[in-house]
Design a protein around this ligand. Structure first.
Ligand SMILES: C[S@@+](CC[C@H](N)C(=O)[O-])C[C@H]1O[C@@H](n2cnc3c(N)ncnc32)[C@H](O)[C@@H]1O
Length: 229
């Protein structure tokens, strides 16, 4: 996503009640920020925020974190938040490579990776959000039994990611090369990139992976698996 530089982007973000300028200070105590013990679901690379803001608006009993490294991109996201704010949303400008600085082990209950940059060149492979280093890192902050949901328009990146999830010890619950013609489209919330590619006729790929299947809660497996049958 190419966007022009905006001077004082961080100061502008600070005017939003949902923006957190010092996420390190909440490590291990995100429940204090949200003022409840509800589960925390996080999108990494939230972009302009359509997906996470709709989820947060529709599911008040779940807490959401929008994590995006570009403060300029987040200026677009915060415009979509209602003026009174959303009590179950935290917006963070941060690099996912440093997740352990802001989360304690097991603090996150679900991860969404939507249309992550594919970084096609081999020398940039470590930057892919589904590369082995990132998949190891996610295990350090995810609660055992948690889901990762990944969507992309890029078939090569998707096939690479399927392999990396498998070899990193995640359980692949379900995957499709064509979400819009699959039996688990119901409840899908599209992102900005998804709408663009879908309207161009590009098939959307999606996978659900679980970190530590043995700890998957009965309730949770029912909810997710039902939508895929
Ligand atoms: C291609 S955009 C997709 C945006 C949105 N998820 C969508 O589907 O419309 C990828 C986003 O991921 C962000 N991103 C890439 N690497 C990141 C990282 N290591 N940590 C946090 N955000 C990252 C980029 O800044 C960009 O906004």
């Amino acid at each position: 996503m190419r966007l022009r530089n905006v001077p004082n982007a961080h100061e502008k973000l600070a005017a939003c009640v949902n923006y957190i300028s010092d996420p390190q200070s909440f490590k291990g105590r995100w429940n204090e920020y949200f003022k409840n013990d509800n589960p925390i679901y996080m999108e990494i690379g939230s972009g302009k925020g359509q997906f996470i803001i709709r989820l947060a608006s529709e599911n008040p009993d779940i807490n959401y974190i929008a994590l995006e490294k570009s403060p300029v991109v987040l200026l677009h996201l915060i415009k979509k938040i209602p003026s009174e704010g959303l009590g179950n949303l935290a917006v963070i400008s941060f690099d996912a490579g440093k997740l352990e600085e802001i989360f304690e082990s097991g603090e996150i209950n679900r991860l969404y990776l939507n249309f992550s940059d594919p970084w096609p060149k081999k020398r940039h492979a470590k930057r892919r959000l589904t590369s082995p280093g990132f998949l190891r890192l996610y295990k350090k902050v995810l609660k055992p039994g948690s889901f990762i949901e990944f969507k992309t328009d890029n078939r090569v990146f998707f096939d690479y990611s399927l392999g990396e999830f498998r070899s990193s010890g995640y359980n692949l619950i379900k995957a499709t090369y064509d979400l819009y013609n699959s039996d688990f489209l119901e409840g899908n919330i599209p992102t900005e990139y998804e709408i663009k590619f879908h309207n161009m006729g590009v098939p959307i790929n999606k996978l659900f992976a679980v970190y530590d299947m043995d700890n998957l809660k009965e309730e949770e497996s029912k909810i997710d698996l039902q939508t895929q049958e």
